[in-house]
Design a protein around this ligand. Structure first.
Ligand code: ADP
Length: 490
């Protein structure tokens, strides 16, 4: 018989209605309650059920094959966690029990009751009389399988102190009449509490993960800063102190060597400080891109010539450089549309990428810069999954139709055959201070800010930057930039 079919007298009916409204509010409240308020909510629910049934004692237990997430709540809670005693509860089909709330009863007493009434086969309502003439009802609330993969039950245990004067008998009858009507709503409150707990648990785990990640980054950053700032500073101090103390005893050549070392270390410090300042300015929006039509072929030629001259001086014969202009299909292209860019910042990006290509190719090799005019669709397909979500349309004037046949973007690709980058670092090398920890990177000076600066600059141009690489085989850094205006340079 379903609850609605049971006869319910008028006074009881109004109590049921009040309780149903209250339980509905409790369910809603659970969703927004703080983690430590959830146990209070469970206690309130039990207290309400105890009062409704005019009982004096009560316990609300979660019973079944409880998963860890329901047994172990991440924060200290007044909701006790217990594993059922080995024996005694098998008749309830329970592997574990968790106390949700207690009212004027101790936990052991509540568990004792479950084992003391072996006849209670976990049916929906069992009344038992104990040796001291107290009377107990166990009532099963089904809480479905929303919070666990299998159906769970909450067991409500209500107790009356004595049967001598007959009041308890009346109360017991009243309980039998009332409980079926409010059971679903009470179970609903418990489900809401358990779901809210789960949400809190997941949020805490996410926060802890973020905190661990932040801690790791902080340590990484401190380590890098320590190394990068201390080394040149130590060199400056060391050489300067020696010069001061032994100036007369040093030869002219030695003095020159020491001063050159001081000069180099100061340059290094200056670069670090400039990079830090630039990053901070880019982040705070203090730097505004001065965009104008830029001839990428010319800019790339200049950047390559500069890096080639440096490489020829410092690492003669180790590198070859090549610039090619191609169509999307690899056939030669005759012209590249002008891009809309801040010339100085774009040159900075090219310098940085070319410099990295040299630094991370210790064996030397071929460094190739490819420029490709691309249509809207070709650009989207080139960026593919690497670029994440990019809005290739951002620069288009409102109302201006997309010409799918004409190039709208220019791709700049800088390829080397150096040490390459492991797949798990590909997305992260554009983060601030992220460096791949290899013997080479430990030897090479660097803050891990260059690519983060490049990314920021390219993003401020509504462009996109990403890398492809295979460790040991080399890397390709791709930059996509919108062109000035379709047809403007005709
Ligand atoms: P830095 O070079 O100062 O460490 P970057 O931000 O320029 O900082 O680069 C971040 C990291 O990305 C480098 O430490 C290196 O591990 C990796 N990296 C960048 N460019 C290349 C490249 N062309 N080949 C291999 N690894 C690279």
């Amino acid at each position: 018989m379903v609850a609605q079919d049971l006869p319910l007298h008028e006074p009881l009916a109004s109590e049921v209605t009040t309780a149903l409204i209250e339980f509905g509010q409790m369910s809603q409240h659970a969703g927004s309650a703080a983690f430590d308020a959830l146990s209070t909510l469970a206690s309130e629910l039990l207290k309400r059920l105890v009062t409704l049934c005019a009982a004096q004692r009560g316990a609300m237990l979660l019973i079944g094959d409880l998963p860890d997430s329901l047994l172990k709540t991440s924060q200290a809670s007044t909701i006790a966690e217990q594993t059922a005693p080995d024996q005694g509860l098998s008749h309830l089909g329970a592997k574990s029990v968790r106390t949700l709330a207690l009212y004027a009863i101790r936990e052991e007493e509540a568990y004792g009751l479950l084992t003391a009434f072996p006849a209670a086969r976990f049916t929906s309502l069992d009344a038992q009389t104990a040796s001291d003439m107290s009377c107990w009802i166990t009532y099963r609330l089904s809480i479905g399988d929303i919070v666990a993969e299998q159906p769970l039950h909450a067991l409500l245990v209500l107790g009356w102190n004595g049967l001598e004067d007959g009041t308890s008998v009346i109360a017991l009858e009243r309980c039998r009449a009332l409980l079926p009507f409010v059971a679903d709503a009470a179970a609903g409150v418990i489900v809401s509490i358990l779901l809210a707990e789960r949400v809190h648990e997941l949020e805490t785990a996410a926060e802890q993960h973020a905190m661990r990640e932040a801690d790791r980054l902080k340590t990484e950053l401190l380590g890098t800063m320590n190394h990068e700032l201390r080394n040149p500073l130590a060199a400056i101090k060391g050489y300067a102190a020696t010069l001061l103390r032994h100036e007369r005893r040093l030869s002219r050549e030695e003095r020159h060597e020491f001063l050159s070392a001081i000069n180099q270390a100061s340059d290094r410090l200056e670069t670090i400080i400039e990079q830090l300042l630039e990053m901070s300015e880019l982040e705070t929006g203090e730097i505004v891109m001065q965009r104008a039509p830029v001839d990428m072929v010319h800019l790339a030629q200049e950047a390559i010539a500069a890096v080639e001259a440096r490489a020829a001086e410092q690492l003669p014969g180790r590198f070859t450089f090549k610039l090619s202009v191609e169509q999307a299909d690899g056939t030669p292209a005759h012209r590249v549309p002008l891009v809309s860019a801040d010339l100085r910042r774009l040159r900075e990006v090219l310098d940085n990428l070319l410099e990295n290509a040299i630094i991370y190719s210790p064996g030397g090799g071929a460094i190739k810069v490819v420029l490709r005019p691309l249509t809207h669709l070709q650009a989207a397909s080139a960026a593919g999954s690497y670029a994440g979500v990019i809005d290739l349309d951002k620069d288009r004037q409102e109302g201006q139709p997309i010409d799918h046949a004409a190039p709208n973007m220019v791709e700049i690709c800088i390829c080397d055959n150096g040490i390459g980058i492991p797949a798990e670092h590909l997305g992260r090398i554009f983060e601030h201070f992220h460096r791949v920890d290899t013997r080479l990177t430990r030897e090479v000076n660097g803050l891990g800010l260059g690519l983060a600066i490049c990314k920021r600059i390219i993003e401020l141009h509504n462009g996109s930057i990403w890398a492809e690489s295979s460790p040991g085989e080399g890397s390709k850094f791709h930059v996509l930039l919108p062109i000035t205006n379709v047809g403007a340079e005709e």
